[in-house]
Design a protein around this ligand. Structure first.
Ligand code: SAM
Length: 423
């Protein structure tokens, strides 16, 4: 069989391209994942070592640097093994990686490639259904530090097993490429797959991220676990989220406060969020960790739009809490800046992460400048002028990495329409 040789990062793999899946466009996805894992693993080891040695520290003894904390990664759908090989060669301090695939041909290719790249001491291959393999690792003694899910299309069938098989404080990395479903072309299918209704809206890329996050949280909650998104990216034809997974039945009660339904006006396209709950401290409890009331104390959005009196479409639920951890993102950005020669797509990562860092974190979704003015058949206002108008009125504004000409703002919708009217 004729084999093609591919060099990406520090890996060189050989594939017979007609039999095993390899997509060069995903180099950005792999580079970004390497950068995220590098920073995450460093944090993870420090955190675990810190916990282990907390007692010693109280006694004034320095805690360990975490070098003895094992780090295991599962690439559940590995295809050529390229991603696992790059993780083994380019992410420091990884103890063990399992590269799994259901296809026998793929597993043979992975085996050849790990020997060819001399990483057979770190990578083990596995020929199994990804779900079955993850269920075998759901006991906490067997869980992985990180699980990478990079399937064709929709990841939802893998989520139940994945959320159970990541260690406490571990990382789940998920790609979804079924953007048509997530971006509103097929809202019923989106509900079936993700448990959330997508809408055809200008901010569909961020909405897609938030539907996926909601779905992962929902799966995790079944097992008294919950997520903390640390980075959520929309790129090319796919989305990619990086979420930490924690255990804690009490914290799961806060989930409704992190979710919202989305009302979309069929007339002016305006979006209104309806939170599912509001985390309200119980005034009788002194310890905030013991707060017991979670009142869905939010007035419902009406049937008609307050701006143009047209009907609403209903979408969601979506994740309406922050989708990135800015401190983490800035450390990933530093890592890529310091190691830019190692990443083929360093410039692109730097560009996107710089935008992510600037995004308003507490303001879900966004307007698109030309669509906003196009809706009322007006010429588009220059972006700078729009942003100045918002800032001058004392509100905040940012772009979103997910769309050009995006306007993320905490200004109320009626104020945005006032600006449009005065143009
Ligand atoms: N992660 C790879 C990369 O970065 O190059 C690409 C993975 S490719 C999109 C998806 C792979 O999942 C295919 O090789 C396919 O054989 C495998 N696959 C599909 N269903 C599976 C299942 N249930 N369990 C394990 N592997 C599966």
């Amino acid at each position: 069989i004729r084999k093609q040789s591919i060099i990406e990062g520090q890996a060189e793999i050989r594939v017979s391209s007609d039999k095993v899946f390899y997509n060069p466009v995903q180099e950005f996805n792999r580079d970004l994942s390497i950068a995220v894992l590098s920073v995450f693993i460093n944090d993870y080891r420090k955190e675990k070592a810190f916990k282990k040695c907390e007692k010693l520290k109280k006694e004034g003894i320095d805690f360990e640097d975490g070098h003895d904390i094992p780090v295991t990664i599962l690439e559940a759908l590995s295809a050529t093994g390229l991603r696992s090989i790059r993780y083994a060669k380019e992410v420091s301090n990884v103890t063990k990686i399992i590269a799994n695939d259901l296809s026998e041909q793929a597993v043979e290719t992975i085996k050849d490639n790990i020997v060819y790249n001399s990483v057979d001491n770190v990578i083990e291959t596995s020929h199994d259904d990804a779900c079955m393999l993850m269920y075998k690792h759901k006991h906490h003694s067997k869980r992985f530090t990180a699980i990478d899910l990079d399937p064709y299309g929709c990841p939802s069938i893998f989520l139940d097993s994945a959320v159970q098989s990541v260690q406490d404080g571990g990382l789940l990395l998920v790609t979804a490429t079924d953007m048509a479903v997530l971006a509103g072309n097929s809202p019923e299918t989106c509900y079936v797959k993700y448990g959330g209704i997508s809408l055809k809206t200008k901010c569909c890329h961020e909405m897609a991220l938030r539907i996926l996050l909601q779905s992962i949280e929902h799966h995790a909650n079944r097992y008294s676990r919950f997520i903390e998104p640390i980075l959520s990216i929309s790129a090319d034809f796919y989305i990619r989220v990086f979420v930490k997974i924690y255990s804690g039945a009490f914290h799961c009660k806060k989930t409704t406060s992190k979710l919202s339904m989305v009302y979309q006006c069929v007339g002016c396209d305006n979006l209104t969020l309806q939170p599912l709950g509001a985390f309200k401290p119980n005034p009788t409890e002194k310890n905030p960790d013991q707060m017991k009331s979670f009142l869905p104390n939010v007035p419902p959005v009406g049937e008609f739009c307050v701006h143009c009196n047209q009907r609403h479409h209903l979408g969601g639920p979506i994740w309406s809490a922050p989708i990135h951890n800015v401190d983490f993102v800035s450390r990933v950005l530093n890592h890529v800046e310091e190691n830019s020669h190692k990443f083929g797509t360093a410039k692109r990562i730097q560009g996107i992460l710089s935008m992510v860092q600037e995004e308003l974190q507490d303001t879900p979704l966004y307007y698109i400048l030309d669509k906003l003015f196009g809706r009322v058949h007006l010429e588009t206002m220059p972006m700078l002028r729009m942003r100045s108008a918002i800032l001058n009125a004392g509100y905040q504004v940012s772009f979103s990495h997910a769309a050009k000409l995006s306007i993320k703002t905490n200004a109320p919708a009626h104020f945005i329409w006032d600006i449009v009217r005065t143009w």
